[in-house]
Structures are given as structure tokens and as C-alpha cells.
Design a protein around this ligand. Structure first.
Ligand code: BTN
Length: 266
């Protein structure tokens, strides 16, 4: 089968990329989900640092079994990691990914902010999301998939009516598209930098940068977890990246993961 222009270009790009964490970059024109493909590859033994990139996804997945709309022009990628750390420590990898995405978007002059746990927004609209999935054996992580979806060169009209008013893209915000491989270079180099800090166990550094890049702390929020809805003020983040919430009753709750809605934007 002949290779598409996207696959060819990505191969050439991967040879010039100097990000330590990227060992192998696999490009596809269309697959169901880069996370699903990365999971299958990892289960079959794919090495740490394998990156799966797709031009478009037919069944892109978001958190809580939502669909991730994946029109052409977006960045859809998943990184297979096999870090030699305990399962507890891996929760900070969501912060590593969030910092990489937010800083990359900021490098284009856009005021990207992280919304706990895994969203990146610009002007209160979602521009990127992350989906982390892992396989554990006896409390040890055998592999972890960091899935990243970024609305890059996407027109607002390419989103469904359902999400159009809450979504934006880099091109919409800048008023013109950006060069795809330049963006990808910046993103993977950013990921490399933050991942290096993670390997060096600079957890406090990661947390403190995350707090600066996030607008969640101090806000009144509603958190939807798998079985509960909680409201209160987001008062802190603990060492594992869990949210500390002060409820109206004055109790402090620690929340591992959930959907976060700001009850007030400012
Ligand atoms: C969310 O905000 O709910 C997370 C969205 C994550 C989407 C990305 S796109 C690349 C990777 N493959 C998927 O199927 N999902 C993630």
C-alpha cells in the first residue's frame, strides 16, 4: 500500500525530532482512537516512548466515555510510557501532560489555562483534553497511555452544535492556522522537559508550575464524580494531584478524579 502524504511527512519529521521520550512515532490517516491503538500496541509489548498519531479519529474517546470529536486539523496522539515508579506517582503524569499542552499553546501567545484535572482552556473555552489510561499488575504500572487531543487548525463550524459554544481552537483564537509539525515539535519537546522533571522526582516543581498554569484553585466548583456531586471551593491540590474541596459545611474532601464545573468564571 502506498503511504499517504501525512504518513510520509510524519516519518520525515520524526527523524529530525530530538525529544528523548519519543522513541518511535507511528502515524495513521484515520484510526478509531489513538489511545485504543496505543493500548493494543502496549499490550503486545510496544516500547516505552512509542507515540501513536492520527490525522483524524473515527471513535475518539474522552473522559467518562464521552466522544472526542476529531475532525482533520486537530492533534490526536497517545504516548506509551513504562515509567519505573509506583502507581501513586503516576497520577502526576496528567499534570505533566497538562503543563506541556498549556505551555505549547501559550508559546503562540494564547492565554491557555488548565482546568483540573485534564482540560486546557483559552478564554473559558475548551481547546484541549487529556485521557490517561493505565494497566496495573500488583499495584505496579506495566504501561500508561497519555492521550492528548488538541483543537489546532479547526474551524468552529467543524464542531457539533452540542460543543460548539464551549469549544475553541488555536486557529480560531489566533485568526489563522499554525504549521502542524512546528506545533508538534513544540508539544513533544515540552512533554520531554516536564517528563524529565517527573523522572527526576521533581514533584514539588511540577505541582507548583501546575498551580501557576491553572485557574481552578480558589474557585467555587461543582465536581461530578462517578457516584456523587459535590460543591465547594477548590482550596488546594495534594502531592498526588488530587483536588481538595471545602464544602459549604466546612468539611474538606479530597477528590481523585471527576468532572469539574466552575460555578463562577472569575
Ligand atoms: C477529555 O477531555 O475528555 C479527554 C479527551 C482526550 C482526547 C484524546 S485525542 C487522542 C487520544 N485518543 C483518544 O481516543 N482520546 C485521546
Amino acid at each position: 500500500m502506498t503511504e499517504s502524504a501525512f504518513v510520509k511527512k510524519t516519518k520525515i519529521f520524526s527523524h529530525s525530532l530530538q525529544a528523548d521520550v519519543v522513541k518511535n512515532l507511528l502515524a495513521y490517516d484515520e484510526i478509531e482512537s489513538t489511545n485504543s491503538t496505543a493500548k493494543q500496541l502496549a499490550s503486545a509489548g510496544a516500547e516505552h516512548g512509542t507515540v501513536v498519531l492520527a490525522k483524524t479519529q473515527s471513535q475518539g474517546r474522552g473522559r467518562f466515555d464521552r466522544t472526542w470529536e476529531s475532525p482533520e486539523g486537530g492533534v490526536y496522539l497517545s504516548i506509551i510510557l513504562r515509567p519505573q515508579v509506583s502507581a501513586e506517582q503516576t497520577s502526576l503524569l496528567a499534570f505533566v501532560a497538562g503543563l506541556a499542552v498549556a505551555h505549547t499553546i501559550r508559546s503562540y501567545g494564547l492565554p491557555a489555562m488548565i482546568k483540573w484535572p485534564n482540560d486546557v482552556r483559552v478564554h473559558h473555552k475548551k481547546i484541549a483534553g487529556m485521557l490517561l489510561e493505565s494497566e496495573l499488575v500488583n499495584q505496579t504500572v506495566t504501561f500508561l497511555i497519555v492521550g492528548v487531543g488538541i483543537n489546532l487548525n479547526i474551524e468552529s463550524t467543524a464542531f457539533s452544535n452540542e460543543i460548539q459554544s464551549q469549544s475553541t481552537s488555536v486557529a480560531v483564537e489566533l485568526g489563522s492556522p499554525v504549521e502542524f509539525y512546528e506545533f508538534l515539535t513544540r508539544l513533544l519537546l515540552q512533554f520531554d522537559t516536564w517528563y524529565q522533571q517527573f523522572l527526576e522526582k521533581q514533584y514539588d516543581q511540577i505541582l507548583s508550575h501546575w498551580k501557576t498554569a491553572s485557574d481552578t484553585l480558589g474557585k467555587p466548583v461543582r465536581i461530578q464524580t462517578k457516584g456523587d456531586t459535590l460543591e465547594g471551593i477548590a482550596i488546594g491540590i495534594d502531592k498526588q494531584g488530587f483536588l481538595r474541596l471545602q464544602t459549604k459545611r466546612g468539611e474538606t474532601k479530597t477528590i481523585m478524579s471527576g468532572d469539574c464545573l466552575y460555578l463562577r468564571e472569575t
